[in-house]
Design a protein around this ligand. Structure first.
Ligand SMILES: Nc1ncnc2c1ncn2[C@@H]1O[C@H](COP(=O)(O)OP(=O)(O)OP(=O)(O)O)[C@@H](O)[C@H]1O
Ligand SMILES: O=C(O)c1ccc[n+]([C@@H]2O[C@H](COP(=O)([O-])O)[C@@H](O)[C@H]2O)c1
Length: 194
């Protein structure tokens, strides 16, 4: 997305970065930071997903704790917000339903869904994927091993060349279980709550 100060319909451009964040780590944070500072978003909300419809619940920390960890991680940076919006939606939550509900609740914002190239590759498995793709601006960032192909007529779907730290929450959980000292992979405020 090009950097711009002109907002469509005067609405705030709000990035929706949703996921399990089990726990949040510097990979998520650096990407989100980059999207706000270099990709034209006014703000970005971390939406903590209680239950991803395509993932097992094994090893999932309590919803409130995952929210608290994100809150601790982002404290002090004004463009970020931690959101429990999906906690009160029917479970499991589907992104199209979340975006529709967000739009109704916050008419002063234009929501941009943030998606990794890995998720884009399997978008056809998502609920009402055609509708999701046609109705919402989407920012796709690269993930290792995935090519990004976007049909030509979808002008509201853009790729961003964000620098990435290729780590996962699975890696973090495993390393912590094994007693590794991975202090530089998590903000201190998150580590102290785990
Ligand atoms: N290293 C990373 N850099 C940028 N984005 C990431 C990174 N890891 C995951 N994401 C993205 O962040 C969102 C939320 O992450 P989520 O916690 O669900 O994934 P994860 O870290 O891969 O977790 P897990 O290993 O538990 O599957 C997803 O859209 C995911 O694609
Ligand atoms: O709407 C769907 O059908 C759908 C299918 C798979 C994943 N999602 C959402 O995509 C977000 C990121 O997913 P993941 O697997 O990368 O953590 C998370 O909020 C999921 O609920 C949504």
């Amino acid at each position: 997305m090009e950097e711009t100060t002109v907002k469509e319909n005067n609405k705030l451009k709000t990035g929706i970065f949703s996921g399990s964040f089990n726990p949040v780590h510097i990979g998520h944070l650096a990407l989100a930071n980059w999207l706000c500072e270099f990709a034209g978003l006014d703000e970005l909300w971390f939406v903590i997903t209680p239950h991803n419809p395509l993932k097992k619940r094994d090893d999932l920390m309590d919803d409130r704790l995952r929210l608290e960890l994100v809150e601790a991680a982002i404290a002090g940076y004004p463009k970020f917000k931690a959101s429990d919006f999906e906690f009160s939606l029917p479970q499991p939550t589907y992104t199209i339903d979340t975006l529709r509900a967000l739009e109704k609740t916050y008419p002063d914002r234009q929501f941009h869904f943030i998606m990794g190239a890995d998720n884009w590759a399997s978008i056809k498995r998502w609920k009402e994927s055609d509708q999701l793709i046609s109705d919402y601006p989407i920012l796709i960032y690269p993930r290792k091993g995935y090519e990004i192909q976007i049909p030509k007529d979808y002008l509201h779907i853009r790729t961003v060349d964000a620098p990435l730290i290729e780590i996962s929450s699975t890696f973090i959980r495993k390393a912590l279980k094994e007693g590794k000292d991975i202090r530089f992979f998590l903000p201190e405020a998150v580590r102290s709550l785990l």
